[in-house]
Design a protein around this ligand. Structure first.
Ligand code: CMC
Length: 426
């Protein structure tokens, strides 16, 4: 019996089976059970994949207990504080941080590819007023696959780069258009003289022939939010993207599926829910009542922006954003009842036994919701902002899967609990 195996004993018949252990560079090893069904006739059962590694990946590493997050080996705090979102996107897509010339070139690629085909605009006309921008964005990205159908067959590095740069550059434009159309506002075309993040804020806020003031701290705050969202290992939306990739779907169709998955309020929709919940609580004197509701086992109410499936100590992204939130609020001089409600909830949750004992710390969405609110970005756009940040991560994950020698279609099995043969009654 090898030391690097796990033995499984079936107590029903006494048979034993050995499965190899595969070691990670850092973090938990895995038991390779790919032959389990063949050998035992049984599947594993792991609802929500809490103990399942679905792929090999060298992109992102998370240590939930230590509150650590790295992209390609770089700590998230370093990337967020010392680098820009474009550095991070380049790192995810190409494996290394860019040098000055590479970054300039990437930035120029983003500027020149930021325009979308005029035909895409007709699609926006079809949606009703106030349609949710996430729905419009998902449709817009899916529609892009019709303009760039050739990306279905990517055979070399250059084609990959073209596809990747194109989608990362166009997503902010589609995102801004989605918002402008949903509000009945005139669309603003990309400005080639502005950097990636500044240009997005400009397309969101500006009016034709009108000057718009964008403060450096606002651009920095949004850029940091993009960086912190750029990848997060095998979360629900990335799993959706990989599942589509495993079927050989068009990469933009895979991104569109990722957008759909991200829309859910337990995932990318959480920061929108944070603000809605703070507004619902409304005043500082009502906070205690809602804290009590969150702690009541009989009450389904949950405090939005608290807790995480993986981070059970603290969310390293939240630490970076808390600092930015404080800088932003200080510089813009924002104070409101909503901010005071948020501060009180934060104070209670950081000291209350219920939250502390369960590792329910403020997560990234708690702070990003407050920052986006301070940036005057409407709630409906919060998840869209997440999409802009996450796109390089999705594309890197799509590419990693496609580069494998043989790609297995994602096809989990089930524990069937329905009826056995039913005799039809005649
Ligand atoms: N408020 C009150 N109680 C909570 C909360 C909360 N937000 N989150 C978890 N709990 C309790 C839960 O009731 C359970 O208590 P007990 O042990 O007594 O039964 C315990 O904490 C563990 O909860 P869980 O549901 O087993 O934890 P999970 O890992 O399955 O869920 C979560 C993680 C994020 C879905 C959950 O914490 C939650 O619903 N949070 C609010 C929504 C939110 O902020 N989502 C954004 C997450 S970060 C987004 C991202 O990274 O993409």
């Amino acid at each position: 019996m090898s030391k690097d195996t796990v033995t499984l004993i079936n107590n029903r018949d006494g048979k034993s089976y050995e499965f190899p252990i595969l070691d990670a560079t850092v973090g938990p090893s895995v038991i390779n059970i790919s032959t389990l069904y063949k050998e035992t006739g049984m599947f594993t059962y792991d609802e929500g994949y809490t103990s399942t590694a679905s792929c090999r990946s060298d992109i992102t590493y998370i240590d939930g207990a230590a509150g650590k997050l790295m992209y390609r080996g770089y700590d998230i705090a370093y990337l967020a504080q010392e680098k820009t979102f474009l550095d991070t996107a380049y790192l995810l897509l190409n494996g290394d941080l860019p040098n000055k010339a590479e970054l300039d070139n990437f930035s120029f690629e983003m500027q020149k590819r930021s325009f979308v085909n005029e035909g895409v605009k007709k699609l926006f006309d079809a949606f009703p007023d106030r349609a949710h921008p996430m729905a419009i964005l998902s449709a817009g990205v899916s529609a892009l696959s019709t303009f760039y159908f050739k990306h279905l067959e990517i055979t070399n590095k250059e084609e990959y780069k073209e596809m990747a740069n194109r989608i990362v550059a166009k997503i902010p434009t589609l995102a801004a258009f989605s918002y402008r159309y949903s509000q009945g506002l005139p669309i603003i075309y990309p400005d080639m003289n502005r950097g990636f993040t500044e240009n997005f804020l400009y397309m969101l806020r500006s009016y034709p022939h009108n000057y718009v003031e964008l403060r450096p701290i606002e651009i920095k705050a949004l850029d940091t939010i993009f960086t912190l969202h750029a990848d997060h290992e095998q979360n629900a939306s990335t799993t959706a993207v990989r599942n589509l990739a495993s079927t050989n779907a068009h990469p933009y169709a895979a991104i569109s599926a990722g957008i759909g998955a991200l829309w859910g309020k337990s995932h990318g929709g959480a920061n929108e829910s944070v603000i809605r919940q703070l507004e619902m609580i409304g005043s500082v004197d009502r906070v205690d009542k809602f804290i009590a509701k969150a702690k009541d086992k009989e009450d389904p109410f949950r405090l939005m922006g608290f807790g995480h499936r993986v981070y059970k100590n603290f969310d390293p992204r939240a630490g970076v954003l808390k600092k930015i939130r404080n800088e932003l609020m200080g510089e813009l001089g924002i104070s409101s009842e909503l901010v005071e409600v948020a501060n009180k909830i934060e104070d209670i949750a950081l000291s209350d036994e219920y939250f502390v004992s369960r590792g329910l710390y403020p997560n990234i969405d708690f702070y990003s919701g407050l920052i986006l609110q301070a940036l005057k970005i409407p709630k409906e756009m919060f998840a869209v902002i997440f999409v802009i940040g996450r796109t390089p991560g999705w594309i890197a994950q799509w590419s990693e899967l496609n580069k494998q020698k043989s790609v297995k279609i994602a096809r989990p099995r089930q524990l069937y609990v329905g009826s056995d043969d039913r005799t039809p009654e005649y």
